[in-house]
Design a binder for this molecule. Structure first.
Ligand code: AMP
Ligand code: ZN
Ligand code: FE
Ligand code: FE
Length: 281
């Protein structure tokens, strides 16, 4: 079984890469993608931990873009680290500025907080701010913090700095990474099928069909669209750590039981992209 969407403490997950690898091995995962938001910093630790478990690590990331004024996440599998690093360093700085803006908005609303120190290469996100609000005693839970201040269009919400789906997809491809639309049915900016057509036009190569927030009917529809467009199919639990969930439901590692076979075409697509990326660079 494979898990192609997981977060660690390098973004907003609560397990370190080592802890995540151990938990995934115990859950029967044979190949695990590390897909932190806008950072590749968790890969090395995950890879050294995985060697004790006969587990394969799929290097990846979840890139934040803005489409139709809403956030849209694109997974990238197997990027060339050297090629992608400079652009990601910029994205990380953008996330840091955004976190500081949200903290300033909260202070203006009467809820001053201090963000935890973020180490080199770590990507701050709204869940970190939610935890700080809980720690300061302003909210009982992260869910309450999202409801009151941090949800999209909440009073302390700040958008990612503008980065289009076209920019995101071409950046990933030019760095040898296979671009995959993450959790399409969580997108709130418009009709999924229209947006899919736009993304395919921009060079999208796959879709995360299997995700805990997708219904069986949505999975089925998306599978048909993937066949129609010739897109790769992926799946993952979008795991953020034990007892850690958006919208209240807890996800567990390997809950979707995605078969290992789905990884092979992704890998070979990445190899082709990398040859092109390296010869162009
Ligand atoms: P960011 O990338 O900083 O905008 O943060 C997005 C992350 O916040 C998502 O990956 C979820 O883990 C989390 N999140 C988004 N909406 C909610 C919500 N309503 N309640 C709890 N967590 C949420
Ligand atoms: Zn996240
Ligand atoms: Fe996401
Ligand atoms: Fe995610």
């Amino acid at each position: 079984m494979i898990e192609l969407h997981c977060h660690t403490t390098y973004s907003d997950g609560t397990l370190t890469p080592t802890q995540l690898v151990k938990a995934a091995a115990q859950a029967g995962v044979k190949a695990l993608a590390i897909t932190d938001h806008d950072t590749m910093s968790g890969w090395d630790e995950a890879m050294s931990a995985a060697s004790s478990y006969n587990m394969e690590i799929v290097p990846g990331l979840e890139l934040s873009t803005v489409h139709r004024d809403r956030s849209l996440h694109i997974l990238g599998f197997y990027p060339n680290r050297e090629l992608l690093s400079p652009a990601l360093a910029e994205r990380l700085e953008g996330r840091k500025r955004r976190a500081a803006e949200m903290v300033a908005k909260l202070a203006a609303l009467g809820y001053p907080i201090k963000l935890p120190e973020m180490g080199e290469g770590m990507a701050p996100g709204r869940p970190h701010i939610a935890s700080a609000l809980v720690q300061a005693g302003y909210a009982e839970s992260s869910a309450e913090a999202f409801d009151r201040w941090l949800g999209d269009n909440g009073p302390a919400y700040v958008h990612y700095e503008k980065f289009s789906i076209e920019d995101g997809i071409s950046l990933l491809r030019s760095c040898g990474a296979v671009p995959v639309w993450a959790h399409p049915y969580l997108f709130r900016g418009g009709d999924v099928e229209e947006v899919l057509a736009e993304m395919v036009e921009a060079g999208l190569m796959g879709v995360e069909v299997y995700h805990p927030n997708h219904t069986p009917a949505q999975q089925k529809r998306m599978l048909a669209l993937c066949a129609e467009y010739g897109l790769l199919v992926t799946g993952g639990s979008d795991y953020h750590g034990p007892g850690n969930a958006k919208g209240g439901e807890t996800t567990t590692l390997n809950q979707l039981r995605v078969p290992l076979e789905l990884l092979y075409p992704i890998k070979s697509a990445a190899q082709t992209l990398q040859l092109t990326a390296l010869s162009a660079s």
